[in-house]
Write a protein that binds this ligand. Structure first.
Ligand SMILES: [Zn+2]
Length: 213
């Protein structure tokens, strides 16, 4: 069932280890088939090197296991909550990547330190603490994701979405990079965030370029 979707989730879960976003069995990754309303999601606690396509779980939007022999990720309620609330989202990535999570652990959002941040609507915001595995982790994150595509979960990690799982993954990599840049620039003497005018200027430039095609 939904073999291609499961292959995609497996591929991204392994890629996250390869690029150093997560280790071993950390992080959870999902993609939705909007036609059936079914979600392919990584299982709970299975090391990626032994995970194969049959190990990816299929759940419905209530989080009920439809297919698979492992327990779905403990963060399944957060993933399904996001898919329900944001119909344009096709993929969700959640990790505890070190630099982004350092901001979450400090109770700070990531400031708009590079022009790349414009795609995230400026800063990467911080959602208030919620218990891991709870539905509230999702409901609290949704309003931020709607505007920013990415959100830090206080004392926990980072969450990104996209119009595909590839895009959600790309966003997770970009957020980790920008968090790293923010930390390193603090060592150099402190980041100089883009001003609201500079952010608006980039947005306007991109809009004009898009109009010209
Ligand atoms: Zn987590």
């Amino acid at each position: 069932m939904l073999e291609q979707l499961k292959e995609k989730v497996l591929h991204i879960a392994k890629k996250a280890v390869d690029v150093g976003l997560v280790h071993e069995r950390a992080g959870n990754f999902s993609a939705i088939d909007r036609q059936s309303g079914l979600v392919a999601i990584t299982p709970s606690g299975i090391p990626r090197e032994i995970l194969d396509v049959d190990g990816i779980c299929i759940v419905d939007l209530d989080g009920k296991l439809v297919e698979g022999h492992y327990k779905p990720s403990s963060e399944t309620p957060m993933h399904t909550c996001i898919f329900k609330a944001l119909p344009w989202v096709q993929g969700v990535v959640h990790t505890h990547s070190v630099f982004a999570t350092s901001f979450a652990a400090s109770g700070k959002s990531i400031p708009a330190v590079t022009n790349e941040m414009v795609r995230f609507g400026g800063e990467i915001p911080l959602a208030p603490y919620q218990i891991p595995g709870s539905l509230e982790l999702g409901t609290t994150a949704v309003p931020f994701l709607e505007k920013h595509l990415a959100v830090l979960l206080e004392h926990h990690g980072v969450l990104t979405v996209g119009e595909s799982l590839d895009e959600a993954f790309m966003n997770a990599v970009a957020v980790e990079d920008v968090a790293k840049i923010a930390v390193y620039s603090t060592i150099i003497g402190g980041p100089k965030p883009l001003t609201a005018e500079e952010i608006d200027g980039i947005k306007e430039y991109k809009r004009a370029a898009a109009r010209k095609g």
